[in-house]
Ligand binder design. Structure first.
Ligand code: NAD
Length: 246
């Protein structure tokens, strides 16, 4: 059966890998992201695209209209849009408190608000029974992220997912969170990855390797399958054991 899959942040990294896995099943995939040209060049066979900044309610309303026209029902909603904020425009101020306010606001908007707005706009369109909502959190939600802002913005998705799972459970819709550790070959780190930092992150795993977008996509695909129908309101970590440590 062909399903309708909506993936935010679908033009790059984990979202794109997930899109390719669903497209390989013959599913109809809609890629959402801010950059139209990146979505169009993502190399996902047959994918529809819709450019939108998902921190903006007006843009999200536009996505909802597009989904109503082109898909009708959403079988799987994957929220991969996000980031640590360091690739966004800076605070425009050297004042320490302005910088803190900017860091926390940007991270909340990128990681929490994007996912919540899109969910609220599309939740009435989720297939019932059988619909799936999947959020991308992070190992940072368990361990911190330096300033705390990115980690907190990801951790905020956990209780939201639990409330949503309770709300949508009676409709036969599951809601889960996937929390990756270090995943390479994405745009997440920009040019901020060094050999030393990579070696440290890989060294935290118990299997001695970095995660790949395919590792995370496979977990999302499984959680979206009928086989995972009794799994809901869970946070699944994909990190080579890094969160437990040695
Ligand atoms: P990525 O930067 O390649 O993908 C994120 C995508 O989200 C980008 O295409 C970006 O343009 C898009 N996006 C950002 N803000 C948006 C907005 N306002 N509206 C629409 N689209 C927006 O990085 P990735 O590694 O594939 O990240 C996917 C998800 O996984 C993110 O939520 C990230 O926080 C999370 N994650 C990544 C890692 C990692 O090590 N790469 C680890 C843990 C969690």
């Amino acid at each position: 059966m062909t399903r309708n899959i909506v993936i935010s942040g679908g033009g790059t990294g984990i979202g794109r890998a997930a899109a390719r896995v669903f497209a390989a099943d013959g599913d109809r995939v809609l890629l959402l992201g801010r950059r139209a040209e990146v979505l169009e060049k993502a190399g996902v066979p047959g994918a529809l695209t819709c450019a939108a900044d998902l921190t903006e309610p007006g843009d999200v309303r536009g996505v909802a209209r597009f989904v109503a026209q082109e898909l009708g029902t959403v079988d799987v909603l994957v929220h991969s849009a996000g980031g640590a904020g360091n690739l966004e425009p800076g605070p425009g101020s050297d004042d320490p408190l302005d910088r803190v306010a900017h860091d926390w606001t940007v991270n909340f908007r990128l990681n929490t608000l994007t996912a919540v707005l899109l969910t609220e706009a599309l939740k009435d369109r989720l297939a019932d029974p059988g619909g799936r909502v999947l959020f991308l959190s992070s190992i940072a939600a368990y361990r911190g992220s330096g300033s705390g802002a990115y980690a907190a913005a990801k951790a905020a998705l956990h209780p939201y997912a639990h409330d949503l799972a309770r709300q949508l459970g009676p409709r036969g819709v599951t809601v889960n969170v996937v929390a990756p550790g270090y995943v390479e070959d994405t745009e997440f780190f920009g040019d901020g990855m060094t050999e030393e930092r990579r070696a440290r992150l890989v060294g935290e795993t118990v299997n001695g390797r970095a995660g790949t977008p395919g590792d995370v996509a496979a977990t999302l695909h499984w959680l979206a399958s009928p086989l995972a129908g009794h799994i809901t309101s869970q946070v699944i970590q994909v990190n080579g054991g890094a969160e437990r440590g040695h």
